[in-house]
Every structure is written in structure tokens, then in C-alpha cells.
Design a protein around this ligand. Sequence first.
Ligand SMILES: NC(=O)c1ccc[n+]([C@@H]2O[C@H](COP(=O)([O-])OP(=O)(O)OC[C@H]3O[C@@H](n4cnc5c(N)ncnc54)[C@H](O)[C@@H]3O)[C@@H](O)[C@H]2O)c1
Length: 464
Amino acid sequence: MSLRQFIASRKLLRSLNMLKENVELKWKEVAELFGLHEDVFENPRHIRLKKPVTVILIGAGHRGNIYAAYALENPDELKIISVADSNAKRLSRIKSLHHMEDKFCFSNWQDVFKQPKFADAVIIATPDNLHTQPCIAALDAGYDVLLEKPIAPTEEECRLILKKAESCDQIVGICHVLRYSPYFRELKEVIDAGLIGNIISIQHMEPIEQVHMSHSYVRGKWKNSKETTPILLAKSSHDTDIIRWLVNSSAKDVHCFGNLKWFTNANAPEGSTERCTDGCKVEKSCPYSALQIYLRDKKRLYVFDMPEKKSEWDDHILEQLKTTDYGRCVYRMDNDQPDHLTVNMLFENGVTAAFSMEAHVSYEGRRTRIMGSKGDIFGNMETFIMNDFQTKKQTSWKMKTDAHGGGDHRLIKDWVQAVAQQDKSLLSSSIEVSIESHLMAFAAEKSRLNRTIEEVKVFHDQQV
Ligand SMILES: NC(=O)c1ccc[n+]([C@@H]2O[C@H](COP(=O)([O-])OP(=O)(O)OC[C@H]3O[C@@H](n4cnc5c(N)ncnc54)[C@H](O)[C@@H]3O)[C@@H](O)[C@H]2O)c1
């Protein structure tokens, strides 16, 4: 064998070896390798229910329908027996899907609580600024609650709900559904097993994706922080919650920079009009054309209460674009949510975390880097790569990502069990643990507005 052939064969061998080491495993194989739980969602404390938990759905919009779908798929666990929504179409849709009697259908949440208690629990999926009153009323009436996040638009209201929940000892679950996604469950399992030693620091990114940003936070329901909640609450409280959960320590100080840089009047292109339907000269070349997103691509139509017949869709969408905010030019809105921000966090245990929320990206799916004393991990919602500093071994695994989808239903499964067994410890996201993410977000927003470093006061003696 010539020297050249010898070197070539060594190279080949080395690359084969590398390939072998770089084989992407499945979670089951990683779990076997390190002695971890094969099924990160299995809970031996779950029991077969003798009868389904009965629920009143308050708010039958996008989120309410997701939770109601769980009841249809799992009638032995959950039964939606009543609904309240001010939108007649949504009310009647849920009523017929769940075969409800007229007397259990209400056109506003207040009417629910004029009746004596008639169900086990209440799901509250109304807009952000309509969480506190129905939640307090539900607790006063003796119901357990599943409350959409954000808990409430202000710190005072969040603390009020917490105080109420603690004083009456009822279950209040918060819909921090990411705790129920395979991505974060597996990450948590690996960290808690000590595979990368002690966590030293975290970098976490939440790419919103530009069209999603325009849909929800420029044109959509959360476009104005004063009318709803700051984006740090509305979107990123999922991330402050996850980071706090992984670090396993309370946040001490936070600092935030961020602003609205692009979706402003100053950036409206020449020839653009108030609405995309007004004969805008740049509509065809605009990445935010409402005609393209909603009418031609038929994306994100869940906000339009679409007619049953597909033949009526185009007319209905056009009408919506002419009359609602979804047809308005993204540069001519009354929006104020930042389209980029960074938050630095210092935790009680000395861990630091850097979080960034980005709107100007073509992709979704959180990116997470965890730096530990014995190794590090990089995850992108689809794959994980874990390096061991001492052995130099790299383990990588691919996961079945289901982002929210699976998380939504796994959360409600745990909540149903918690209600049925009257045991809040069955919930990963009860208000008692979820509130910290909100306090972090409020402090970060304060820091962003005031250019300060803010202390996160998890417990304070201020009476509310
Ligand atoms: N957990 C998550 O990941 C997640 C994701 C998106 C939204 N959310 C939160 O879920 C909540 C609901 O959001 P959505 O997107 O479903 O909104 P939505 O607008 O689709 O639904 C809200 C519903 O509440 C109804 N409503 C309004 N006023 C009412 C009243 N007085 N009485 C009864 N019903 C009333 C509306 O008619 C609407 O159908 C919000 O707080 C939102 O921030 C959470």
C-alpha cells in the first residue's frame, strides 16, 4: 500500500468512526444509554377516572376550541357541559359540537356565576384583559380553574389571583403549555439527571417568524401593549417560565433592551395604502401583504370564523380584509410591541441567562444553548447535541417536535387529573409556580421602559 493509499484509508476510517459517533439517536436510545425515563410524560400517579370532569368553557375562541377538542377526543376524562362567549357564532358552534342544553349557554361570563355551582371546574380562555374578574368569580363560586396565560395584565392582578387561589386552596392551572412539549421535557430530564453537571448559564432564543409577528403583534390581538399585555407577557412569559424551570432557582435581577424598529409609519413604502385592498402599489412585493397571507395562501384563517362552505371563503376573507385590522398595512397600525428584545437574567443560584425574542426571522422554533460544568447542550426544537467535556463524547438525538399541539393536550390531561384527584401537585404549571415567569416579565418590561436593572421580588409583603 502506498503512503497516499494508507493516508486515504485512515481518513476514510476516521470519517466512518465519526459517522458512527454522530449517529442521531432517538430519545428511547438516549434514555437507555443514560438510565433516564423512556417516556417523559408517563405519570404513574394518573388514575382511570370513574367519571369525566365537568367543565364550563369561558371564551370559545382559538384557545378555547383547542381545549374543547380534548374533551371530544377523551370523553371519559373531560366533558364541556357549558359555554360562555359573547360571539354568537362561536357560542352556537361549541353548543352543537358538545350537545349542550340552551340553559347552559351564556353570552357573557358574568351570567355563568349567577347560577349555583353546576360543574367541577372552569376553563378561562377570554382575552388577556378579561382573566382576573372571571377567575376570581370562579374561585369565589368554588370552581377549580384552568386559566390561559398571561395570568393577568398587571402584577397586582396576578398577585391578587394567586392570593385568592392560596386562600381557598382550589386548583388554578396556568396554560404554560411549553412545559408539556417533548423538547423542553427531554431537556429538563437531561439537566435534572446531571448529565452536563451544574448549569452555569443559558442562551435562549425565541424566533417568532416575521409573518407570525405581523399577524399577532402588529395587526392582531396583541398589537398594542396597553390594550392587552406587553409582548414580554403575551409571548415571552413562556420562555421566562421555561428558563426558570430549567435553572431551578428564582430569578434575582433582570435587565432588558428592546424596541419597535421596523413596523412603524416611518417605514411605510412609497405607494403603500391604509389597507392592502386599497390598490397598494407595492402589495405584490411586500412580505406582509394581507392579500397574499390570508387570501392567496389561506394562512392563519382561524381569526376569521370561516364559513362552512369553502366556496364562500374568498368573499368572506376579502370582507375581513376590508373591515378588520388584518387587512391594514403593517406600517400604518397603532401597534407598539417591540419587534426585538433581549433580556439578561441573574438567578439566586448564580446562573445567568440571556434571552432574545426576534421577529425578523424566517423560521420558528426555540433555540437553546445550555452551558454546564461537565458539558453543554444545543437544542433547536428538532435535535439536541450534548457534549461531554471529559470523554469528548457527543450524543445527538432527534425528536418528534410537536411544538404546542401535543403540549396543549398534555397540559389539560394533567389538569383534569389534578381536578379529579383534588391534588395540585399533579400539575407542572400551577399558579404557584407559574407566577414567577410573570414577575420576571413585568420586571423586564419595567427595565426596558426605564433603562434600569430590576429586582424580581418573588415574595413580597405588599398586601393586595
Ligand atoms: N397558552 C398559549 O400558548 C396561548 C397562545 C395563544 C393565546 N393565549 C391566550 O389565550 C387567551 C385567549 O386567546 P385566543 O387567541 O383564544 O383569543 P380569541 O379572541 O380567539 O378568544 C377569546 C374569546 O373570548 C370571547 N369573549 C370576549 N369577551 C367575552 C365575555 N365578556 N364573555 C365571554 N366571552 C368573551 C371572545 O368572543 C372570543 O371568542 C388570551 O389570554 C391569550 O393571550 C395563550
